[in-house]
Design a protein around this ligand. Sequence first.
Ligand SMILES: Nc1nc2c(ncn2[C@@H]2O[C@H](COP(=O)(O)OP(=O)(O)OP(=O)(O)O)[C@@H](O)[C@H]2O)c(=O)[nH]1
Ligand SMILES: [Mg+2]
Length: 294
Amino acid sequence: MRSGTVAVIGKANAGKSTLVNVLVGEKVAIVSPKPQTTRDRIMGILTREDGQIVFVDTPGLYKSRNALTGIMMRTTETTAKDVDAVLFVHDGHAGVREDDIALMKKYAALGVPMLIAYTKTDIMPKENIPADCKLLFDAGVEADVYPVSARKGRNIAKLADAVMALLPEGEPLFAGDVVSDRSEKFMIAELMREKILLKYEKEIPHGVAVIVNTFEKQENGAWRIDLDIVCEKKNHKAILIGKQGQALKETASFARKDMEKFLGAKVFLTVYVKVKEDWRDREKLIREFGYDEE
Ligand SMILES: Nc1nc2c(ncn2[C@@H]2O[C@H](COP(=O)(O)OP(=O)(O)OP(=O)(O)O)[C@@H](O)[C@H]2O)c(=O)[nH]1
Ligand SMILES: [Mg+2]
């Protein structure tokens, strides 16, 4: 039996969280077309008869612009050093650039075995795949490359087999039916943030934190959930709420449906929007909102 941890590393928006969800077979991490969707490390656990892989999804590599992204980048760096293997996720349809090669070499040099998942092959010309693999090989990137499509589920089992083969012999770290190290309450906050990432543009979603204040199962089996959407500026609050509250109503209803699916029960959701000026640069608030670097 094999068992171990695998850091899932790559540029922001590469498709890391989507790939982890598909590998694990359940949604453990939120996904959006915007960079910096993942803020925290999240474990996604795949248990099979031959072993257990604990994927550690990380915030995507991105230029840090504030205290929050600084913490996010440090989280990714410490995760990469503290695992049995690295799965480097590359967005194949974005092509291979100098900085991609530099990043791959950096993580390959950490001293743990590394594989490259070359993803999004469903939206690119197939003939680019061998050419890009050759480019990486010629550039001296020492890792096997697995072309996959998380969206279409292509080559996912093959990739999982290859990752498993890198892990040491050992007993599972988690019980067989556990798919994530995160609580239901954490996932509820993340589902709300996902809908905000999907609904609003520019700086608004990046400046939002979601705090769940009430998460209670009622006697009739329904959940009562009260949460705060904390944003950075008064004008962001106005945009989040929209004319006559319409935008917020739609976003909350979108989130509530997903929460009901996730919890398998009816949800009564109450959402408040609050302003904490420039919280992303205030370490104390960042910690209060749950983004710390353990
Ligand atoms: N066509 C296609 N799109 C994909 C695939 N994998 C991910 N995507 C899309 O790429 C975007 C980014 O996906 P995420 O999984 O959030 O990317 P990430 O690397 O976790 O991003 P950060 O958390 O911001 O670093 C989303 O719009 C996904 O739907 C794929 O295999 N094919
Ligand atoms: Mg992500």
